[in-house]
Write a protein that binds this ligand. Structure first.
Ligand SMILES: NC(=O)c1ccc[n+]([C@@H]2O[C@H](COP(=O)([O-])OP(=O)(O)OC[C@H]3O[C@@H](n4cnc5c(N)ncnc54)[C@H](OP(=O)(O)O)[C@@H]3O)[C@@H](O)[C@H]2O)c1
Length: 257
């Protein structure tokens, strides 16, 4: 995820690679990335934080606390930081850092890797509008970004964080259906993915309610009506809502562990 953000920041021209430092537990991986992107690979997390003005922590939730403790003596205002660790609150991060260090929390998603990410941002108690705006600029380098209240982060995790996996399952099911009806796997997979991409693009570009778009392809007594009836009969709408609600409940559980 950190790599996807870096690539977006550089390719969008938001920052020059000359101004970016990176550190990682895996020195070889870091060096290869440094050479490819033209960023400076730094050997230790502390050295990076000493030299940086803004620090992006792109670490797994079970690692971030240890790294925050490791670097906290070098991280105080006017330096500030962004965390993308799922389920780790701004209050938790602030409690490890020096007093009043601004923290902005982000929940990105994997389509950031293809510049179609959806990120939600919430500022911690010491982050101001400029910190939030700069974070939004970074996230918008790889897609869209909205600002939400922190209490909604579990909902964000469930909808846009886990959402790509739900959509992948739908793409896989459409592909299976095409194969069952005699299409080659390759053709069915292309059709399924492009149909989901195209439908999503129509919702975004037309800004029409999905129900309006659905009605436009549903002729009376036609094929789409027959298929939609089966989907409703099998409770697909409630199943999708239940899936997102279950993911949010799990996100809440994980963040309190
Ligand atoms: N992937 C997603 O869909 C997604 C979506 C939203 C949010 N997030 C959040 O984004 C964060 C990163 O996720 P990810 O999937 O990108 O994880 P990841 O691929 O494991 O990236 C974490 C990176 O941190 C490095 N690292 C580990 N320990 C370190 C240390 N002590 N010092 C410096 N670097 C260290 C890892 O190196 P090694 O590989 O060598 O251990 C790895 O390169 C997570 O908190 C996750 O919850 C992920």
């Amino acid at each position: 995820m950190g790599e996807a953000l870096l690539r977006g920041i550089i390719s969008s021209g938001l920052m020059s690679s000359d101004d970016i430092l990176a550190s990682d537990a895996d020195w070889k991986k870091l060096n290869d990335l440094g050479n490819e992107l033209g960023i400076t690979a730094v050997e230790s997390n502390c050295e990076l934080v000493r030299r940086a003005s803004v620090v992006l922590f792109a670490l797994k939730p079970n690692v971030i606390k240890a790294v925050l403790s490791e670097v906290s003596s070098h991280l105080s205002p006017p330096k500030w930081c962004i965390s993308i660790a799922a389920g780790v609150s701004t209050a938790t991060i602030e409690s490890v850092l020096q007093a009043e260090t601004p923290v902005v929390r982000v929940m990105p998603n994997t389509p950031a890797m293809v510049s179609e990410g959806m990120a939600a941002i919430c500022p911690g108690q010491h982050a101001n509008a400029e910190h939030t705006w700069k974070t939004q600029q970074i996230c918008q380098a790889v897609g869209k970004a909205i600002i939400v209240q922190e209490k909604l982060m579990d909902a964000v995790t469930a909808l846009s964080g886990s959402g790509p996996a739900f959509v992948f399952l739908i793409v896989e099911s459409l592909t299976d259906a095409g194969v069952k009806l005699g299409l080659s796997h390759a053709d069915a997979a292309t059709m399924a993915a492009q149909t989901v991409l195209g439908a999503g693009r129509m919702v975004v570009d037309t800004e029409e309610h999905p129900a309006v778009l659905k009605n436009k392809v549903t002729s009376p007594g036609g094929t789409t009506a027959a298929g939609l009836y089966q989907l409703e009969r099998s409770g697909v709408r409630a199943a999708i809502i239940d899936a997102v609600v279950a993911a949010a409940a799990r996100a809440k559980e994980l963040s309190s562990e």
